[in-house]
Ligand binder design. Structure first.
Ligand code: MLT
Length: 276
């Protein structure tokens, strides 16, 4: 067990030893461990805290930023797109003088990872795509995002929590985990949530990008994920030239949080096999 890992319901604060803001950055980030840099990009409407179990993965320097509007980060300034999130993530590496890293993106974080791969492929030592997809929104999903934006404006972030929470974890998930995820979602700002909904709706399709992403890749998906189902991961793994697909049993969308031991083992094996 990592002695500095977050404990249940303990949000990192400046007085907590795991809160390590880089002196030159305004991006709130957990920066812990040593070895291969892995930059973990969280999903919607969550925060870097979804990755706290991944701090147990040894031999890696874990960089876990909060994207603007989420977790400890300030509200987004200016137009938010997958590219603007990707620039926030790349700035984390720039500020630390890290040339190349393994990029790990969960769901919306996967969309951000793909934007970063388009902007700066030379920064990739590897890619970990977690419960995500390369395809753009269908017209129905896009329409739903705009309707959700309107509801968030009128009623607040709670409407997203009500719609999404039941799909993030399996019905067997421990109640404390459900509470933890709910608290995390409710801490997102309404402005951040609306900006992310629009950015996801307008993101481009990345099918053409995957065959060119020639770094070692791991695609991980919860067997019971209904938001980005295993069929999406199977398709991505086929499109990527150097991918391994791992399906995590007894997990829904948040596979890394619901089954951390199996998830971490898959990452550790991926790092070992590819000498990362
Ligand atoms: C996420 O988990 O980040 C979102 O559900 C992704 C999405 O809505 O497409």
């Amino acid at each position: 067990m990592n002695p500095l890992r977050w404990r249940n319901n303990q949000l990192p604060t400046p007085t907590n030893p795991i809160y390590n803001p880089h002196p030159m950055t305004t991006i709130p980030i957990t920066d812990q461990g040593g070895g291969t840099a892995i930059i973990w990009i969280h999903g919607f409407p969550l925060s870097s805290r979804i990755f706290h179990e991944q701090l147990d993965i040894m031999g890696a320097r874990h960089l876990m930023p909060d994207l603007s509007g989420f977790g400890r980060a300030p509200e987004p300034a200016g137009k938010t797109t997958m590219d603007s999130y990707a620039r926030e993530v790349l700035a984390v590496l720039d500020e630390r003088g890290i040339q190349r890293a393994v990029f790990a993106g969960f769901s919306m974080g996967g969309y951000v990872l793909l934007a970063a791969a388009r902007l700066a492929p030379q920064r990739f030592a590897g890619a970990i795509l977690i419960d995500t997809r390369e395809a753009a929104d269908t017209p129905e999903i896009k329409k739903g995002r705009y309707e959700m934006m309107k509801k968030v404006k009128e009623q607040g972030v709670k409407v997203v929590v009500d719609a999404m929470l039941p799909k993030l974890l399996t019905p067997k998930a421990a109640p404390h985990l459900v509470e933890e995820v709910k608290t995390m979602m409710l801490s997102s700002s309404a402005a951040g949530v609306m900006a992310a909904l629009k950015a996801m709706a307008e993101r481009p399709d990345s099918s053409d990008l995957l065959p060119r992403l020639a770094v070692p890749a791991l695609v991980v998906v919860g067997a019971g994920d209904t938001i980005t189902p295993p069929s999406d991961s199977e398709r991505m793994a086929k499109l990527l030239p150097r991918a391994t697909l791992v399906t995590i049993p007894n997990a829904a969308h948040l596979s890394n949080l619901e089954q951390p031991a199996q998830f971490n083992e898959a990452i550790q094996e991926f790092l070992r096999r590819n000498q990362l």
